[in-house]
Ligand binder design. Structure first.
Ligand code: GLN
Ligand code: ZN
Length: 757
């Protein structure tokens, strides 16, 4: 008997069926029954996949119409007042997406993944009550198909840790209110079957856990385990180690503990205490968040290492986390290069990996098919390890020896020269790079990709866009111009497509939030830049204006964070390769006459490790690689960067160390409160805090932007300030962008006039 376990399965559907069903329902084309029907089909299909692969522990309640945190809020009756009176799906989707009377609940990233969850809103005064319907129905749904599932729940401590208090204060103060509801839920679950297993996810334990939170673990799990004899509880964590929590959990009656041994190597330190307590160990050894084929031999060795401490019969082989973070199946990858495809494994393929690893580890007799699978797994791994497509000696040598970190001149010297050469004024107006992506531009790109139009026609279309875009910027009086990014579908994919070592999938969709999916490109080999990537567009755009045209690149850390990254090399080394490729682009742009270059690091902050112990190392290479990418810049070339957030309190020194001449950031919604840190630490470089919110279709008035600029001037001197929207404009319409920018320029004129008085 093998012991195989899957933390959770993706739910959007291998052809994104759920996405389509939801969007049809939202647009009023179908009713909710249609969504339910699709959901049932998907749930059954996903359970069957796992069953057929021989997975023993299959989850229910890993499904969701939108998000599992939202489901948990509903389960606890944590409904914000503005949604009272609504019921069922109307309530559910209003909470997720807002309605005409009530704004949606906030959404934020699930740990360090690109999945977003809905942030529950709690208050000390609210009363909560249990609604177990979804959980019970889903269990029974699987049972009716002959599949006995484990029930997945988000644990109370994680639920509280990820929620926010609308009445301010600590969410953990609600622990005493919430725990009884989980108890009541377990009472209901206990009635469902003779014996029943519950997986309680507590990923919050992988962050730096505060003592007051640690102290909740024992009462929480003592209480929940005492609810009923027929319940077995597994507490699962992922994405990092959870050593502090495990030390406590082993002293509770939980049946098993689920740990991630791929992204939380330190979990090995917990083995002794798990063994001592005689707990089951759900060993996360098959990567649940990357797309590489498992190395079955290596994974079996990893398990053997674990088995030196924990009894073999107490070990269960598992995915490292929910497979939600990987695409569905390689079945639809028809265009992918066969050699590269053979290196990959998506969710469905990972099921077989878990199964095969377990058979080997438990010395089961292998079927002929298993033997073949094992053989081809070995071959694929050997081929990948030795493939010339991965290894580029020239790149490796150059990157290993690359030591130029500092660009020419220190900041003070540079900025003086730049101000003279570029001749820009205080409160210079600019934008973040992209302008509205029109249907025509999207179509031209798609047609060109399909081969429906030739290169010439495509370039003409892009150049027309650039012409219009530049003309508009001139007309409205913006001072530093951009080309508008019409050639880019996405700020990472565009660069990935031009770099060696990058691969793309046809159907590698991963859920990002709600019905939205992303299709990240993947880095499989050493990265190099065969030829300039943006120079032709930039010089064309520059030729259309006397004003300064700002070059536009995506930074190494952001490229890395929004891709699947090879697992045979440390992330830091991959990042350095990208940085070296980018520094050549900077050099080429500069040689071609571009005087100002922006290197976007939209994902710099989200790349931060979950544990503070790993932050110094991350900052070391992330800053290093930003600096490498601009290390070729002359002192007269002005380097900008852009980041999509506003909380810099913890990282301001690191941002400063990146040594960009100008940074634009996303502060429009948070006022100047968060900006104070720049003043407090005596931040020297120039800053464009973002004077209006581009995430809303609203057109800001001149008055409100004047006010906003005046607020900024209270914190930073005019010499240090740039004026710009708070992010790129590509998701907006021209009808929104034009008046907004016209108003922004007017606002600056007014403020300049008052400053001159
Ligand atoms: N230059 C990019 C743009 O304007 C930056 C986008 C981003 O930071 N997310 O679209
Ligand atoms: Zn941004």
């Amino acid at each position: 008997m093998s012991h195989t376990y899957i933390v959770g399965f993706p739910r959007i559907g291998e052809q994104r069926e759920l996405k389509k069903a939801l969007e049809n329902y939202w647009s009023g084309e179908t009713d909710f029954k249609a969504v339910k029907a699709v959901a049932s089909t998907l749930k059954e299909r996903h359970w069957r996949y796992q069953q057929e692969a021989g997975i023993e522990f299959i989850a229910s309640n890993d499904f969701s119409y939108y998000d599992n945190m939202l489901d948990t809020a509903i389960m606890l009756g944590a409904i914000p007042a503005r949604f009272q009176g609504l019921e069922d799906e109307a309530l559910y989707f209003s909470m997720a997406r807002g309605n005409k009377d009530a704004v949606a609940m906030e959404m934020t990233k699930w740990f360090n993944t690109n999945y977003h969850y809905i942030v529950p809103e709690l208050s000390l005064n609210d009363t909560y009550s249990l609604n177990a319907a979804k959980i019970i129905n889903e269990y029974n749904e699987a049972k009716a198909l002959g599949i006995k599932t484990k029930i997945n729940l988000i644990g109370p401590i994680t639920f509280l840790g990820l929620s926010k208090r609308v009445d301010r204060g600590d969410t953990y103060e609600l622990f005493g209110k919430i725990l009884p509801l989980y108890e009541a839920l377990l009472v209901e679950i206990a009635k469902l079957d003779d014996t029943i297993m519950i997986e309680i996810d507590e990923p919050i334990f992988v962050k730096d856990v505060a003592p007051n939170v640690l102290s909740l673990i024992k009462p929480c799990y003592d209480t929940l385990c005492a609810v009923s004899d027929n319940i077995r509880i597994v507490v699962t964590t992922y994405f990092e180690h959870s050593c502090e929590a495990t030390r406590v959990l082993v002293h509770t009656p939980v049946w098993g503990i689920g740990l991630d041994f791929l992204y939380g190597e330190k979990n090995f330190e917990s083995l002794q205490s798990i063994a001592h307590a005689g707990k089951k160990l759900i060993a996360g050894v098959v990567d649940g968040r990357n797309i590489w084929k498992n190395d079955i031999t290596k994974t079996t060795q990893l398990l053997e290492k674990i088995a030196k401490t924990v009894d073999k019969e107490n070990i269960i082989v598992s995915s490292s986390c929910s497979l939600l973070h990987t695409p569905f199946t390689l079945k639809y990858e028809e265009k992918m290069d066969a050699e590269i495809k053979n290196w990959l494994s998506y969710a469905v393929e990972k099921l077989d990996e878990v199964s095969l690893v377990s058979k080997l580890f438990f010395h089961e007799t292998l079927s002929e098919e298993d033997k073949k699978a094992l053989q081809s797994n070995k071959e694929a791994n050997t081929r990948r390890a030795t493939s010339t497509r991965i290894h580029n000696q020239a790149v490796q040598n150059r990157v290993a020896n690359f030591s130029r970190l500092e660009r020419e001149g220190d900041y003070e010297t540079r900025i003086k020269i730049q101000k003279e050469r570029l001749g820009y004024r205080d409160l210079t107006t600019t934008t973040i790079g992209s302008f509205p992506q029109t249907p025509e531009v999207r179509k031209a790109r798609a047609d060109f990709k399909k081969g429906a139009i030739c290169l010439e026609a495509y370039e003409k279309e892009m150049k027309n866009y650039i012409d219009d875009c530049v003309a508009f910027q001139e007309e409205c009086g913006l001072e530093v111009l951009v080309h508008g990014e019409p050639e880019r579908n996405d700020m990472v994919e565009y660069f990935g497509e031009q770099l060696e070592g990058y691969g793309f999938s046809q159907n590698g969709w991963v859920q990002s939030y709600g019905s939205r999916c992303v299709k990240p490109p993947f880095i499989y080999g050493d990265i190099s830049r065969p030829k300039p990537m943006t120079v032709a567009w930039m010089t064309y755009a520059q030729s259309k204006t006397q004003k300064i045209m700002k070059g536009m690149l995506t930074g190494p850390v952001t490229i890395l964070n929004w891709s699947f990254v090879r697992d045979d090399m440390p992330r830091a080394d991959v990042s350095k390769q990208i940085a070296v490729a980018l520094c050549d682009e900077v050099a080429d742009l500069q040689k071609a006459g571009i005087k100002m270059i922006q290197v976007d690091e939209a994902a710099f902050k989200e790349g931060y490790p979950l544990r503070s112990e790993n932050i110094p190392e991350y900052e070391r290479w992330a800053v290093r690689d930003f600096k490498i990418s601009v290390s070729t810049a002359w002192k007269e070339t002005q380097i900008h960067t852009h980041m999509c957030y506003s909380e810099f309190n913890d990282i301001i020194r690191t941002i400063e160390a990146m040594d960009a001449d100008v940074i634009s950031i996303e502060t429009a919604r948070s006022g100047n409160e968060l900006l104070k840190i720049f003043k407090e630490v005596g931040y020297k470089q120039e800053v464009g805090p973002g004077v209006y919110d581009i995430h809303s279709p609203r057109i800001p008035t001149v008055e409100e932007m004047v006010e906003q600029i005046n607020l900024l001037l209270e914190v930073l001197p005019k010499e240090q300030l740039w004026i710009n929207p708070d992010c790129g404009l590509k998701t907006r319409k021209w009808e929104e962008v034009k008046p907004s920018l016209i108003n922004m320029v007017k606002a600056v004129k007014e403020v300049r006039a008052t400053l001159a008085d």
